[in-house]
Each structure stands twice: as structure tokens, then as C-alpha cells.
Design a binder for this molecule. Sequence first.
Ligand code: NAD
Length: 353
Amino acid sequence: MKIALLPGDGIGPEILREAVRILEALRSDGLKIETEEAPVGGAAYDAAGDPLPPSTLALAKSADAVLFGAVGGPRYDTLPRDKRPEKAILGLRKECDFFANLRPATVFPELADASTLKPEVVSGLDIMIVRELTGDIYFGQPRGITGEKGSRVGFNTMHYTEPQIRRILHVGFRTARQRGRRLTSVDKMNVLETTQLWRDIAEEIAPEYPDVELTHILVDNCAMQLVRNPRQFDVLVTGNMFGDILSDEASMLTGSIGMLPSASLDANGKGLYEPIHGSAPDIAGKGVANPLAQILSMAMMFRYTFGLADVAGRVEGAVRKALASGLRTADIAAKGAKPCTTAEMGTAVLKAL
Ligand code: NAD
């Protein structure tokens, strides 16, 4: 298992360090893990004038999985667009063809109070959103703004090819198979032909997965159901734009950005694993960031790239145990409670493991 470690900027190196301690423990337990680190984002710009230097890209391409911290910071905001740290993520997605984004929204019972929704609605929540990343209205042509002021027209094109739809739906079905075996496909087929095609193809593929129950839901209803009764869902699969919006909505059900991992996969299961949050410049260098999103991203790597659900489960169980012991970083601590440091949380997970 060759893993590329790309710490990035801000809190990236601090939280990745904690995940690496766990990787090392798993390695001494007998897992054959090889790691190599490279700079990415602002750190790579500082070192090599490029947020995604060729050597970093080559490492990412040669690895089986990429464990990514976070990139960005105010220092880099005035750089030309192609030199900005965020360009590295887009570059990695494009060069490695990471077309499937997996974003879980999980609420550990210990943290149910952190949500703005009632604890009884979200406690134990465990859903996965599978979002297509390379097509849809974000990339469709033609696009633009034409005409004279006063009568201008803005237009974009929702566009999906059958192969694009098929491959993301297969990821949805396979993901459901690894979880609760229920797949909900999200579309807007009552208005948009592109998503009628999406629904038709989902129905065509379904017989290949007789053990997975497929249902369909319109995106507006889905947005509503996510706040009304989110626990009804197991895996949601959808296009780029609907997925963008729904995955942010779902992540806020959990109420804690420092807890949420994500994966971006190619067609062979290779993936880039990263927390959904950014580099948090406001707390960088203070040793107080929550490392759990990063550690849970690593757990996802074992499940989705290496097919080691038992190892993933062990890491997730250790996170749960650390939380059950009462430890909280500042972002998830109750008012007035004394928060722990990044390293203390990492140590607690390591001990529990
Ligand atoms: P952010 O996610 O970095 O931070 C938002 C808030 O959440 C901040 O108050 C931060 O302190 C807090 N937070 C985030 N992660 C935390 C953690 N693990 N533990 C405790 N608190 C945490 O978003 P932002 O402030 O909008 O962006 C900061 C920089 O990150 C920008 O340069 C942005 O472009 C970049 N960014 C990068 C990624 C990525 O690398 N994938 C994603 C989003 C934003």
C-alpha cells in the first residue's frame, strides 16, 4: 500500500501528523504500508513556485492513495489564479481522473448536541453522498453572458454523457453494497431531460445489483428530507451541482466541520482522501485543530481504496472511543469545557486503537 502524504498549508501538517502516527501504529501491527511525503499548495509554491510541482504530481500518480491535509492561506490570495494553492486540488482531480466524490455525514452520538437540529433527529446519523465531479452544468458548453446592458442573457448548459452517468452510478451501487445496501438516486426528472436520462440509466443498471435497493428522489424533496428526517438515507448518488449543494447541507447536519472526511475516487478505486475543511489559518500553528476529519479520511482510504473494512472500522471505533472518553478539541467542546490539543486527541485515538 503506497500512500502519498501531502500535508499542505495551515493546519494541514498538524492534523496529518496525527494521522501518520496512526498509520505507523498500523504498520507495526503488520500492515504493509509505504509512505512518501511531498509539498503541495502554498508550501509547494514557496518551495518550487508551483502549487502542484511535477514531482508531487508524479508521486500522487505512482501511489495507490493520496492522503491530503489542506491548502490555502491569506498569503497566497493575491497570486495569479494558476499559482493559487487550491489549483493543486483541481490539478490532482483532473490529472488522476478522480471523478467520484464521497462525502459521509456522520453524527457520533457523543456529538449530537453540536448540530443545530434536535439531537433525536441526528443522533447516530450515517449517510454517504456520492457526487459526480467532472460533468454537469459546471462544465457544459455553451456558457456565458451575452447582449447589451439592460437586456443581457446568462446561460449554462447541463450536460451529461451516458458513460459519465454510468460510471458514477456504479460507484453509488458499489458504495451502497459496502454499507446498508440502500441507494437513493437524486434527480430533477420532472423538469430536466439530462436527469431523466440519469434516472433511466439508474433503472437499467439496477438489475446488476440485486442486493441493493434503488429508489429515486427529486432534488427539492431530498433537500427537505435531509433536514426533516436525514436518517432515512443510506447512500445518495447525484450529479455535480445537486451534489455540491446537498453535501454541504448534509455536512452541517453534523455541526462540526473538523469531524468530516471525504474521498475522491477514480475508476479503479485509487483515491484522494482529505478533510472537507480548509487550512484554518485562524488557528494554524496553535496546535488546537481537530485532527479527526483527517484521521477519518485515512479510515475511508482503507475501506474504499484498499478494501480493508476491518482496519477502517478499527480506526473509526478508536475515534468513537476517544470521543466517549470526553476529550474534545475547541471546535466541538461544550461551552465552558476545557478543550484538548491536536496532539492530545491524536494520542487518545492511538491509545484506543
Ligand atoms: P476553513 O475550513 O479553513 O475554516 C473555517 C472555520 O472552521 C475556521 O474558523 C476554522 O478555524 C474552523 N476549522 C476548520 N477546520 C478545523 C479543524 N480541523 N479544527 C478546528 N477548527 C477548524 O475555511 P476558510 O476559513 O473559508 O478557508 C481557509 C483557507 O482554506 C482558504 O485559503 C481556502 O481557500 C482554503 N480551503 C481549502 C480547502 C482544501 O484544502 N480542500 C477547502 C476549503 C477551503
